[in-house]
Design a protein around this ligand. Structure first.
Ligand code: ZN
Ligand code: ZN
Length: 215
């Protein structure tokens, strides 16, 4: 397997979109296509015709799903969320009005990202951890199969920060439990790719995150 990971800010709020690909099998998964569909398409094309087999979302705030529909249309890939976030997708018009961005087209979403399930492409897999708190259906994806593990944490855990819990369905106790019980128990060497901003590692956040230390 030839594992390739790239992360770049996309969309109105600079959501980190990631392309995870097995270049030898020519298959990829896109995490959080928040916007800038043309850029995502160009980056996929630059990888030499990888086929997107799944589009997965850490949660369904508008800044993480803005380019899902056109990407689904061009790739034919299934697009997946945790079912507990579907109500937020139904609230997209309200979310769009709130931050003042155009309403994205609607994609066909599968509510299949249950805790403990995996999404595979080529020779790698993303394991799903349900980590509610930022939203009821927030999930993190643990990538195994490369030389070091990566965890895509969405807006649950940031470098030296955590996600806000004052929006629809947010829960400040739950997010702490999700981080301490599910994220901080991962390999300390695992690279944290958050939903916004710079990368970190689980070990660094356990020691230095001002909001949640290891229990
Ligand atoms: Zn969010
Ligand atoms: Zn976000």
């Amino acid at each position: 397997m030839s594992l390739h990971i790239e992360t770049f800010p996309a969309g109105p709020l600079g959501c980190n979109c990631s392309i995870v690909a097995d270049l030898s099998a020519k298959q990829a998964i896109v995490v959080d296509p928040g916007g800038d569909f043309d850029e995502i398409e160009a980056r996929l094309a630059a990888l030499g015709g990888v086929k997107v087999t799944a589009i997965v979302h850490t949660h369904t705030h508008i800044d993480h799903v803005g380019a899902t529909a056109p990407l689904q249309t061009t790739t034919g890939a299934r697009a997946c969320i945790h079912e507990a976030d579907r109500f937020l997708y139904d609230l997209l018009p309200v979310q769009a009005a709130m931050i003042g961005v155009p309403l994205p087209q609607k994609a066909e979403l599968e509510g299949s990202l249950d805790d403990g399930t995996t999404v595979t492409a080529g020779g790698f897999e993303l394991g799903v951890l349900h980590t509610p708190g930022h939203t009821p259906g927030s999930v993190c994806f643990v990538l195994s199969g490369g030389d070091k593990p990566h965890v895509f944490t969405g807006d649950t855990l940031f470098r030296r920060g955590i996600g806000r819990t004052d929006l629809w369905g947010g829960d400040s106790d739950l997010i702490l439990r999700s981080i301490q019980g599910k994220l901080y128990t991962l390999d300390p060497a695992a690279v944290v790719v958050p939903g916004h901003g710079d990368a970190s590692t689980i070990g660094e956040e356990r020691g230095k995150n001002p909001f949640v230390r290891a229990s």
